[in-house]
Design a protein around this ligand. Structure first.
Ligand SMILES: *[C@@H]1O[C@H](CO)[C@@H](O)[C@H](O)[C@H]1NC(C)=O
Ligand SMILES: *[C@@H]1O[C@H](CO)[C@@H](O)[C@H](O)[C@H]1NC(C)=O
Ligand SMILES: *[C@@H]1O[C@H](CO)[C@@H](O)[C@H](O)[C@H]1NC(C)=O
Ligand SMILES: *[C@@H]1O[C@H](CO)[C@@H](O)[C@H](O)[C@H]1NC(C)=O
Ligand SMILES: *[C@H]1O[C@@H](CO)[C@H](O)[C@@H](O)[C@@H]1NC(C)=O
Length: 587
């Protein structure tokens, strides 16, 4: 479960001032769902809302609320994605497991709901869970069921579900056997016991972990089973950490220390490291550590290079939560998928009829340094690339902007490499900044040093979803600092502060440091722009930031894209490729 239970039914409906663009059709993929008008639910007066903010190639249902991705897997030629979904509206509630399938992780076909509340063991909700493929190619799902509404947010147990027909590659029908629940809370806080992981197998047992807490201690409880039905709690948690709060949606998986291929969740061996991820309910970010798996103690131990806490590594320093990975046995890769909530208000969500998207599935693998992951959009995304614009060896002086024209910039993929001749002009890193809470350091500096604050080496980067006179824009940029010890720190910012004239939106100045060797004096940036989302990957996926944005002017064909430099060091665009993205067939 990835949602804070703070929504209440019955919001008074305010139809907000969404810009109503009459003839906008900036999407070049034909008659897609995004062109349809939807009717606002929960109202007596049905109101038409033009869908200028719907994404063209990010995963969304046709309408309503969506949160966590659940049980992603590959089965008989199809990728399966389940997700937490409210069939009745654009706010959290009435959660079922909706289900879509795909052959390429980009285009999706919707199927009937896979798991819905119907039995005493899930009467009040079917919350997040994971799939495991048992020997003989037999998928099984374990998910959290809510059996009682009290104590809030609900009394939680773990249930399993199996396909009704293993011959059906669509896995349309799922059976919830009557011997559920298979795991009940014993000494845990019964309302903080959820989101079972994919199970892995070793030493004669299947093992999985369940997210929990005890006061402010995050806990991943380990359970073992020989037959997948009878589960026993291990004496010790698999991993635990004080002062972090509830661990939602834990994920545990091996990564190879050689190459970029993924590994099956049960892999063990010499060239294998491990990743443990938790979704921090208190900060609403997904953080992870790299570590080892002690098979004797059956425990995960983070490496001393990974900070284990709020200031730890994040998959994404922006809007990204409740993520999950799975192993793709066909392309031998591990794929990460996560949820991005809205930056619009609840009443705006109700008016537009939907809330939440999933970000583009990313391949993840271990950085050669061994102390972080690299992430990159799945290669299948490239098939959506259409009209292309290219720039090379173009200089940007301080204050210069170059507009990228000739593509649909509100639905685009931009990949750019910058270079500079010296590090001399890097600004001094202000030691006072170290007083910011470490988990907010990069974001705080991005807040102080926005694109309009001129610098030495940077800021330089992209101005995405910009209006014609820059009344609105979302800058995604680098800025390089030099510490008193003469070390360089590279900051990536995705700053939504100037993104919208609408005062009600959530507009954080997300930021993350990029751990990069500047010897080559080069930095690369790829941004996936899709109407209300900008997903940016620095340096081949070392640092990723996603922002959800709701401009009022920079929508559709009124959006512009620029490359800019606002630092005194001259920046050269070595190469810039930008493509219009075709609209994917999604649900
Ligand atoms: C199971 O699925 C297969 C493949 O779709 C189908 O041919 C068969 O009729 C299904 N069996 C049942 C009992 O529905
Ligand atoms: C149990 O969980 C609930 C809901 O998250 C919380 O209000 C309560 O403080 C928790 N109790 C303990 C002992 O952690
Ligand atoms: C971190 O762990 C490695 C072994 O994994 C060890 O060699 C190194 O000394 C440790 N560093 C610190 C600061 O504890
Ligand atoms: C560059 O800085 C100047 C001075 O603050 C500012 O007016 C301008 O808008 C900045 N350019 C960008 C692209 O932010
Ligand atoms: C997404 O919405 C913003 C604005 O309401 C909140 O501040 C975030 O906490 C929230 N993120 C998640 C993961 O729920």
């Amino acid at each position: 479960m990835g949602v804070t239970i703070r929504f209440i039914w019955g919001f008074p409906l305010l139809i907000c001032l969404l810009p109503l663009l009459n003839n906008f059709d900036g999407r070049d993929g034909g008659a897609m769902a995004s062109h349809k008008l939807h009717f606002v639910e929960h109202t007596e007066n049905l109101v038409e809302v033009k869908q200028v903010y719907r994404t063209g190639y990010h995963f969304q249902p046709k309408k309503n609320w969506i949160n966590d991705p659940n049980a992603p897997m590959y089965y008989k030629g199809l990728y399966h994605l389940f997700y937490q979904y409210n069939p009745k509206g654009a706010v959290w509630g009435n959660i079922v497991w909706a289900h879509s399938v795909s052959t390429d992780l980009i285009n999706w076909i919707p199927l009937e709901h896979a798991i819905v509340p119907s039995k005493p063991f899930d009467k009040y909700g079917c919350w997040s869970g994971s799939a495991t493929i048992l020997p003989g190619n037999k998928p099984v799902i374990i998910y959290t069921g809510i059996v009682k509404q009290k104590p809030e947010p609900g009394y939680q147990v773990q249930n399993y579900a199996i396909p009704a027909n293993y011959s059906d590659p669509y896995l349309r029908k799922w059976i919830k056997p009557d011997n559920n629940p298979i795991i009940k809370p014993i000494h845990q806080n019964v309302s903080s016991f959820r989101d079972p992981t994919t199970a892995w197998f070793n030493k004669g047992h299947w093992k999985l972990v369940i997210g929990s807490k005890n006061n402010y201690r995050g806990i991943a409880y380990l359970y073992r089973s020989r037959d997948f039905i009878k589960w026993t709690k291990a004496k010790h948690p698999f991993h635990t950490k004080s002062d972090v709060g509830m661990w939602e949606c834990p994920d545990f998986f091996p990564v190879s220390s050689k190459g970029t291929n993924g590994l099956d969740t049960s892999a063990i061996g010499g060239d294998v490291k491990y990743v443990f991820k938790a979704s921090l309910d208190m900060t609403r970010f997904d953080y992870y550590t790299i570590g080892t798996y002690d098979l004797v103690k059956d425990k995960y131990i983070p490496d001393n290079t990974s900070v284990d806490g709020w200031a730890g590594l994040r998959y994404d320093y922006g809007n990204f939560y409740a993520s999950k990975t799975f192993f793709d046995p066909i392309k031998k890769r591990r794929i990460l998928t996560g949820w991005a909530n809205e930056s619009s208000t609840t009443s705006e969500d109700i008016a537009k009829g939907w809330a939440g998207i999933h970000l583009i599935p990313r391949k993840v693998w271990l950085d050669p340094s061994g102390n972080k992951l690299l992430q990159w959009p799945v290669v299948e995304l490239d098939k959506l690339r259409g009209q292309k614009i290219q720039l090379s060896y173009t200089k940007l002086n301080k204050g210069d902007t170059i507009e990228i024209k000739g593509i649909v910039v509100a639905q685009a993929d931009v990949d750019v490499t910058f270079t500079f001749s010296s590090l001399e002009k890097a600004e001094l890193y202000d030691e006072k900044w170290d007083k910011f809470p470490p988990e907010n350091l990069a974001k705080s500096i991005c807040g102080i040093k926005g694109a309009t604050v001129q610098g030495g080496l940077g800021p330089f980067g992209l101005l995405t979803l910009a209006s014609s006179k820059l009344e609105e824009y979302t800058p995604v940029f680098f800025r390089i600092f030099k510490t008193v010890q003469n070390k360089h720190r590279v900051l990536l910012c995705s700053d939504a502060t100037p993104s919208s004239l609408n005062q009600n939106e959530y507009k954080p100045s997300f930021g993350g440091f990029v751990d990069v060797d500047l010897a080559e004096k080069k930095l690369s940036l790829r941004s996936l722009i899709d109407h209300s989302v900008v997903e940016s990957f620095a340096e081949g996926g070392k640092t990723v930031i996603s922002s959800r944005i709701y401009p009022t002017l920079a929508v559709g064909e009124h959006a512009h894209l620029h490359v800019f430099n606002n630092g005194s060091e001259i920046i050269t665009i070595v190469r810039l490729n930008a493509w219009s993205m075709n609209t994917a067939h999604i649900n």
